[in-house]
Design a protein around this ligand. Structure first.
Ligand code: KG4
Ligand code: ZN
Length: 353
Protein backbone atom coordinates (compact mmCIF):
# COMPACT_ATOMS: atom_id res chain seq x y z
CA UNK A 1 0.00 0.00 0.00
CA UNK A 2 1.02 3.61 -0.46
CA UNK A 3 0.97 5.86 2.60
CA UNK A 4 1.00 9.66 2.58
CA UNK A 5 2.39 10.98 5.87
CA UNK A 6 2.57 14.43 7.42
CA UNK A 7 5.04 15.54 10.10
CA UNK A 8 4.93 18.99 11.75
CA UNK A 9 5.80 18.26 15.39
CA UNK A 10 8.66 20.77 15.69
CA UNK A 11 10.41 22.91 13.09
CA UNK A 12 10.47 20.66 10.01
CA UNK A 13 7.50 20.64 7.66
CA UNK A 14 7.60 17.26 5.99
CA UNK A 15 5.34 15.17 3.76
CA UNK A 16 6.29 11.76 2.41
CA UNK A 17 4.83 9.04 0.25
CA UNK A 18 6.04 5.59 1.22
CA UNK A 19 5.22 2.22 -0.29
CA UNK A 20 4.87 -0.58 2.28
CA UNK A 21 4.33 -4.32 1.95
CA UNK A 22 4.88 -7.47 4.03
CA UNK A 23 7.55 -10.03 3.24
CA UNK A 24 6.96 -12.18 6.38
CA UNK A 25 5.32 -11.90 9.82
CA UNK A 26 6.45 -8.65 11.43
CA UNK A 27 8.69 -8.05 8.45
CA UNK A 28 7.48 -5.22 6.31
CA UNK A 29 9.50 -3.67 3.53
CA UNK A 30 9.43 0.00 2.73
CA UNK A 31 10.32 2.09 -0.28
CA UNK A 32 10.38 5.85 -0.02
CA UNK A 33 8.66 7.23 -3.11
CA UNK A 34 9.08 10.87 -2.04
CA UNK A 35 10.14 12.57 1.20
CA UNK A 36 10.09 16.37 1.21
CA UNK A 37 11.49 18.22 4.21
CA UNK A 38 11.26 21.98 4.53
CA UNK A 39 13.48 23.07 7.39
CA UNK A 40 12.88 26.25 9.39
CA UNK A 41 16.39 26.20 10.84
CA UNK A 42 17.40 29.59 9.38
CA UNK A 43 14.35 31.31 10.88
CA UNK A 44 14.85 29.92 14.38
CA UNK A 45 18.67 30.24 14.35
CA UNK A 46 18.41 33.98 14.98
CA UNK A 47 16.56 33.24 18.26
CA UNK A 48 18.94 30.43 19.30
CA UNK A 49 16.15 27.83 19.33
CA UNK A 50 12.67 26.98 18.10
CA UNK A 51 10.00 29.63 18.73
CA UNK A 52 6.70 27.65 18.82
CA UNK A 53 4.37 30.32 17.41
CA UNK A 54 6.74 31.14 14.57
CA UNK A 55 7.10 27.43 13.84
CA UNK A 56 3.34 26.96 13.47
CA UNK A 57 3.06 29.99 11.15
CA UNK A 58 5.81 28.54 8.99
CA UNK A 59 4.07 25.15 8.85
CA UNK A 60 0.94 26.90 7.69
CA UNK A 61 2.93 28.64 4.96
CA UNK A 62 4.95 25.60 3.92
CA UNK A 63 2.49 22.70 4.04
CA UNK A 64 0.78 23.23 0.70
CA UNK A 65 4.02 23.81 -1.29
CA UNK A 66 5.59 20.77 0.43
CA UNK A 67 2.45 18.73 -0.37
CA UNK A 68 2.54 19.77 -4.03
CA UNK A 69 6.25 19.09 -4.34
CA UNK A 70 5.82 15.62 -2.83
CA UNK A 71 2.99 14.73 -5.23
CA UNK A 72 5.10 15.98 -8.13
CA UNK A 73 8.09 13.85 -7.09
CA UNK A 74 5.77 10.82 -6.85
CA UNK A 75 4.08 11.68 -10.19
CA UNK A 76 0.66 11.66 -8.53
CA UNK A 77 -2.00 14.18 -9.55
CA UNK A 78 -4.09 15.69 -6.77
CA UNK A 79 -7.32 14.27 -8.16
CA UNK A 80 -5.75 10.76 -8.27
CA UNK A 81 -4.90 10.65 -4.54
CA UNK A 82 -7.89 8.42 -3.58
CA UNK A 83 -6.84 5.91 -6.27
CA UNK A 84 -3.07 6.01 -5.77
CA UNK A 85 -2.83 6.40 -1.96
CA UNK A 86 -4.40 3.92 0.49
CA UNK A 87 -3.60 5.45 3.89
CA UNK A 88 -2.92 8.85 5.46
CA UNK A 89 -0.73 9.29 8.54
CA UNK A 90 -0.02 12.27 10.74
CA UNK A 91 2.14 12.92 13.79
CA UNK A 92 -0.15 13.61 16.76
CA UNK A 93 2.60 14.01 19.41
CA UNK A 94 4.82 14.47 21.28
CA UNK A 95 5.88 17.91 20.08
CA UNK A 96 4.97 21.58 20.12
CA UNK A 97 1.21 21.92 20.25
CA UNK A 98 0.93 24.91 17.85
CA UNK A 99 3.00 22.97 15.31
CA UNK A 100 1.18 19.65 15.77
CA UNK A 101 -2.24 21.26 15.31
CA UNK A 102 -1.34 22.57 11.86
CA UNK A 103 -0.38 19.10 10.60
CA UNK A 104 -3.31 17.33 12.25
CA UNK A 105 -5.79 19.79 10.76
CA UNK A 106 -4.22 19.41 7.32
CA UNK A 107 -4.46 15.59 7.58
CA UNK A 108 -8.10 15.68 8.68
CA UNK A 109 -9.02 17.96 5.81
CA UNK A 110 -7.25 15.66 3.39
CA UNK A 111 -9.12 12.70 4.92
CA UNK A 112 -12.42 14.48 4.60
CA UNK A 113 -11.84 15.24 0.92
CA UNK A 114 -10.34 11.89 -0.10
CA UNK A 115 -12.27 9.51 2.21
CA UNK A 116 -8.97 7.80 3.06
CA UNK A 117 -8.37 6.40 6.55
CA UNK A 118 -5.93 8.30 8.80
CA UNK A 119 -3.56 6.92 11.41
CA UNK A 120 -2.62 9.30 14.23
CA UNK A 121 1.05 8.49 14.80
CA UNK A 122 3.44 8.82 17.75
CA UNK A 123 6.57 10.76 16.75
CA UNK A 124 8.78 8.54 18.94
CA UNK A 125 7.47 5.43 17.18
CA UNK A 126 8.38 7.21 13.95
CA UNK A 127 11.99 7.47 15.15
CA UNK A 128 12.00 3.83 16.31
CA UNK A 129 10.59 2.44 13.05
CA UNK A 130 12.95 4.55 10.91
CA UNK A 131 15.43 1.70 11.39
CA UNK A 132 13.12 -0.70 9.54
CA UNK A 133 13.80 1.03 6.22
CA UNK A 134 17.19 -0.63 5.71
CA UNK A 135 17.15 -3.38 8.34
CA UNK A 136 13.65 -4.88 8.53
CA UNK A 137 14.95 -8.40 7.92
CA UNK A 138 17.85 -8.13 10.37
CA UNK A 139 16.06 -6.84 13.47
CA UNK A 140 15.79 -9.53 16.14
CA UNK A 141 14.00 -9.23 19.49
CA UNK A 142 14.63 -8.34 22.22
CA UNK A 143 15.85 -5.17 20.55
CA UNK A 144 17.22 -2.19 22.45
CA UNK A 145 16.36 1.32 21.24
CA UNK A 146 18.40 4.36 22.11
CA UNK A 147 16.15 7.29 21.21
CA UNK A 148 18.21 10.48 21.23
CA UNK A 149 16.66 13.68 19.95
CA UNK A 150 16.22 17.32 20.90
CA UNK A 151 13.46 16.46 23.36
CA UNK A 152 14.15 12.85 24.37
CA UNK A 153 16.89 10.55 25.60
CA UNK A 154 15.45 7.12 26.35
CA UNK A 155 16.55 3.51 26.41
CA UNK A 156 13.55 1.41 25.39
CA UNK A 157 13.61 -2.38 25.22
CA UNK A 158 11.33 -3.97 22.63
CA UNK A 159 10.30 -7.59 23.19
CA UNK A 160 8.32 -7.38 20.00
CA UNK A 161 6.68 -4.67 17.91
CA UNK A 162 4.68 -2.43 20.29
CA UNK A 163 6.01 -4.22 23.41
CA UNK A 164 8.01 -1.37 24.88
CA UNK A 165 9.73 -1.28 28.25
CA UNK A 166 11.31 1.99 29.36
CA UNK A 167 14.68 1.13 30.94
CA UNK A 168 15.78 4.70 31.61
CA UNK A 169 15.66 8.27 30.40
CA UNK A 170 17.22 11.64 31.04
CA UNK A 171 16.48 13.39 34.30
CA UNK A 172 17.12 16.83 32.83
CA UNK A 173 18.38 17.82 29.37
CA UNK A 174 18.06 15.51 26.37
CA UNK A 175 21.27 14.60 24.50
CA UNK A 176 20.31 16.81 21.54
CA UNK A 177 19.52 19.65 23.93
CA UNK A 178 23.00 19.27 25.46
CA UNK A 179 24.54 19.55 21.98
CA UNK A 180 22.38 22.63 21.28
CA UNK A 181 23.17 24.38 24.58
CA UNK A 182 26.92 23.71 24.40
CA UNK A 183 26.98 24.92 20.78
CA UNK A 184 25.28 28.13 21.90
CA UNK A 185 27.98 28.68 24.55
CA UNK A 186 30.56 28.31 21.78
CA UNK A 187 28.70 30.66 19.44
CA UNK A 188 28.16 27.86 16.92
CA UNK A 189 24.49 28.63 16.29
CA UNK A 190 21.37 26.45 16.09
CA UNK A 191 20.95 23.50 15.71
CA UNK A 192 24.03 22.69 17.73
CA UNK A 193 24.39 18.97 17.02
CA UNK A 194 25.52 19.22 13.40
CA UNK A 195 27.73 22.25 14.26
CA UNK A 196 29.50 20.40 17.09
CA UNK A 197 29.80 17.28 14.94
CA UNK A 198 31.57 19.38 12.28
CA UNK A 199 33.73 21.50 14.62
CA UNK A 200 34.88 18.33 16.44
CA UNK A 201 36.50 16.95 13.32
CA UNK A 202 39.43 19.33 13.82
CA UNK A 203 39.57 18.97 17.59
CA UNK A 204 41.19 16.69 20.15
CA UNK A 205 38.51 14.87 22.19
CA UNK A 206 40.91 14.76 25.15
CA UNK A 207 41.81 18.47 25.02
CA UNK A 208 39.53 19.32 27.95
CA UNK A 209 38.54 17.18 30.90
CA UNK A 210 34.75 17.17 31.11
CA UNK A 211 32.40 15.13 33.32
CA UNK A 212 30.49 12.05 32.10
CA UNK A 213 27.39 12.47 34.31
CA UNK A 214 25.93 9.26 35.77
CA UNK A 215 28.24 7.04 33.73
CA UNK A 216 28.91 4.85 36.77
CA UNK A 217 25.36 4.73 38.13
CA UNK A 218 24.05 1.19 37.97
CA UNK A 219 20.80 2.25 36.30
CA UNK A 220 20.00 3.40 32.78
CA UNK A 221 19.16 6.99 33.62
CA UNK A 222 20.94 9.95 32.03
CA UNK A 223 21.74 13.53 33.00
CA UNK A 224 23.35 16.11 30.76
CA UNK A 225 22.71 19.43 32.53
CA UNK A 226 25.96 19.14 34.55
CA UNK A 227 28.02 18.75 31.39
CA UNK A 228 26.57 21.93 29.93
CA UNK A 229 27.29 23.73 33.24
CA UNK A 230 30.89 22.45 33.19
CA UNK A 231 31.36 23.92 29.70
CA UNK A 232 29.72 27.16 30.89
CA UNK A 233 32.14 27.48 33.84
CA UNK A 234 35.10 26.65 31.63
CA UNK A 235 34.25 29.19 28.92
CA UNK A 236 33.24 31.92 31.41
CA UNK A 237 36.87 32.68 32.17
CA UNK A 238 37.87 32.80 28.49
CA UNK A 239 37.83 35.76 26.12
CA UNK A 240 35.75 35.36 22.96
CA UNK A 241 38.99 35.04 20.91
CA UNK A 242 40.14 32.28 23.23
CA UNK A 243 36.78 30.50 22.91
CA UNK A 244 36.82 30.62 19.14
CA UNK A 245 40.44 29.43 19.03
CA UNK A 246 39.67 26.53 21.40
CA UNK A 247 36.27 25.67 19.91
CA UNK A 248 37.37 22.51 18.04
CA UNK A 249 38.90 21.07 21.23
CA UNK A 250 35.96 22.05 23.46
CA UNK A 251 33.42 20.74 20.90
CA UNK A 252 35.32 17.45 20.47
CA UNK A 253 35.69 17.00 24.25
CA UNK A 254 32.00 17.72 24.93
CA UNK A 255 30.90 15.45 22.08
CA UNK A 256 33.14 12.66 23.41
CA UNK A 257 31.63 13.05 26.91
CA UNK A 258 28.05 12.77 25.54
CA UNK A 259 28.94 9.85 23.28
CA UNK A 260 30.80 8.00 26.09
CA UNK A 261 27.75 8.19 28.37
CA UNK A 262 25.30 7.16 25.63
CA UNK A 263 27.44 4.20 24.59
CA UNK A 264 28.27 3.02 28.09
CA UNK A 265 24.58 2.95 29.11
CA UNK A 266 23.45 1.39 25.84
CA UNK A 267 26.00 -1.41 25.92
CA UNK A 268 25.27 -2.02 29.63
CA UNK A 269 21.53 -2.31 28.95
CA UNK A 270 22.09 -4.49 25.88
CA UNK A 271 24.15 -6.89 27.96
CA UNK A 272 21.81 -6.96 30.96
CA UNK A 273 18.68 -7.53 28.84
CA UNK A 274 20.38 -9.81 26.30
CA UNK A 275 19.42 -7.62 23.38
CA UNK A 276 19.97 -9.20 19.98
CA UNK A 277 19.83 -5.88 18.13
CA UNK A 278 20.58 -2.28 19.06
CA UNK A 279 18.79 0.53 17.20
CA UNK A 280 19.66 4.19 17.56
CA UNK A 281 17.24 6.85 16.35
CA UNK A 282 16.41 10.57 16.63
CA UNK A 283 18.45 13.57 15.50
CA UNK A 284 21.54 12.66 17.55
CA UNK A 285 21.66 9.33 15.64
CA UNK A 286 23.14 11.47 12.84
CA UNK A 287 26.27 12.01 14.95
CA UNK A 288 29.34 10.55 13.26
CA UNK A 289 31.28 9.79 16.45
CA UNK A 290 28.32 7.97 18.01
CA UNK A 291 27.87 5.89 14.87
CA UNK A 292 31.55 5.06 14.58
CA UNK A 293 32.19 4.06 18.20
CA UNK A 294 28.93 2.18 18.85
CA UNK A 295 29.29 0.18 15.66
CA UNK A 296 32.86 -0.71 16.67
CA UNK A 297 32.12 -1.58 20.32
CA UNK A 298 28.81 -3.40 20.08
CA UNK A 299 28.91 -7.19 20.01
CA UNK A 300 25.38 -7.34 18.55
CA UNK A 301 24.33 -5.60 15.31
CA UNK A 302 23.88 -1.84 15.94
CA UNK A 303 21.72 -0.05 13.40
CA UNK A 304 21.21 3.62 12.61
CA UNK A 305 18.72 5.14 10.17
CA UNK A 306 20.11 6.82 7.04
CA UNK A 307 21.38 10.30 8.11
CA UNK A 308 18.46 12.09 6.38
CA UNK A 309 15.96 9.94 8.32
CA UNK A 310 17.63 10.48 11.71
CA UNK A 311 16.29 14.02 12.09
CA UNK A 312 12.57 14.72 11.79
CA UNK A 313 10.88 13.61 8.57
CA UNK A 314 7.54 12.25 7.39
CA UNK A 315 8.87 9.00 5.88
CA UNK A 316 9.45 7.59 9.37
CA UNK A 317 5.89 8.56 10.32
CA UNK A 318 4.57 6.59 7.33
CA UNK A 319 6.58 3.53 8.45
CA UNK A 320 5.32 3.71 12.05
CA UNK A 321 1.76 4.26 10.76
CA UNK A 322 1.97 1.07 8.69
CA UNK A 323 2.81 -0.99 11.80
CA UNK A 324 0.01 0.73 13.71
CA UNK A 325 -2.45 0.21 10.89
CA UNK A 326 -1.68 -3.52 10.63
CA UNK A 327 -1.84 -3.98 14.39
CA UNK A 328 -4.72 -1.54 14.98
CA UNK A 329 -2.70 0.15 17.71
CA UNK A 330 -3.12 3.87 17.08
CA UNK A 331 -6.36 5.76 16.94
CA UNK A 332 -7.26 5.65 13.30
CA UNK A 333 -10.31 6.97 11.58
CA UNK A 334 -12.09 5.70 8.52
CA UNK A 335 -14.34 7.97 6.52
CA UNK A 336 -17.40 8.54 8.70
CA UNK A 337 -15.62 7.71 11.98
CA UNK A 338 -15.42 10.29 14.75
CA UNK A 339 -12.71 12.71 13.69
CA UNK A 340 -11.97 13.68 17.27
CA UNK A 341 -10.13 10.35 17.67
CA UNK A 342 -7.20 12.03 15.95
CA UNK A 343 -6.04 14.62 18.42
CA UNK A 344 -2.77 16.52 18.89
CA UNK A 345 -1.15 15.63 22.22
CA UNK A 346 2.08 17.45 23.03
CA UNK A 347 2.95 15.05 25.88
CA UNK A 348 2.15 11.78 24.15
CA UNK A 349 4.32 8.94 25.52
CA UNK A 350 5.20 5.51 24.25
CA UNK A 351 2.87 2.90 25.77
CA UNK A 352 5.53 1.29 27.94
CA UNK A 353 5.22 -1.40 30.60
O1 KG4 B 1 14.81 14.13 16.12
P1 KG4 B 1 15.08 15.58 15.91
O2 KG4 B 1 15.22 16.07 14.48
O3 KG4 B 1 13.96 16.46 16.56
C1 KG4 B 1 13.36 16.10 17.78
O4 KG4 B 1 12.48 15.21 17.75
O5 KG4 B 1 13.79 16.69 18.80
O6 KG4 B 1 16.40 15.92 16.73
C2 KG4 B 1 16.95 17.20 16.73
C3 KG4 B 1 18.19 17.18 17.61
C4 KG4 B 1 18.78 18.57 17.83
O7 KG4 B 1 19.01 18.74 19.21
C5 KG4 B 1 20.08 18.53 17.03
O8 KG4 B 1 21.10 19.35 17.55
C6 KG4 B 1 20.44 17.05 17.12
O9 KG4 B 1 19.21 16.38 17.01
N1 KG4 B 1 21.34 16.63 16.04
C7 KG4 B 1 22.59 16.16 16.23
C8 KG4 B 1 23.16 15.97 14.95
N2 KG4 B 1 22.22 16.29 14.00
C9 KG4 B 1 21.11 16.70 14.70
N3 KG4 B 1 23.27 15.93 17.37
C10 KG4 B 1 24.55 15.48 17.26
N4 KG4 B 1 25.17 15.28 16.07
C11 KG4 B 1 24.51 15.49 14.89
N5 KG4 B 1 25.14 15.28 13.73
ZN1 ZN C 1 12.21 13.91 16.40
Amino acid sequence: MKILAIETSCDETSIAIVEAWMVAKNTPKFKIVANTISSQVKLHAQYGGVVPNLASREHLKNLIPVFEETLKKASIKKQDIPKKIQLLAVTVGPGLIPSLIVGVNFAKTLGLITNLPIVGTNHLEGHIYSNWLDHSQEINFPALNLIVSGGHTQLVLMKDCFKYRLLGETRDDAAGEAFDKIARLLGLGYPGGPAIDKASQNGNPEAFKLPRPMIDSKDFEFSFAGLKTAVLYMTRTMTSEEISQKTPGIAASAQQAIVDVLISKTLGAAQQYKAKTIMVSGGVAANKKLREILTKKSTVPAFFPPIELATDNAAMIAMAAYFNFLNKKSPSVQAGWPWEQIEADSNLQLKTS
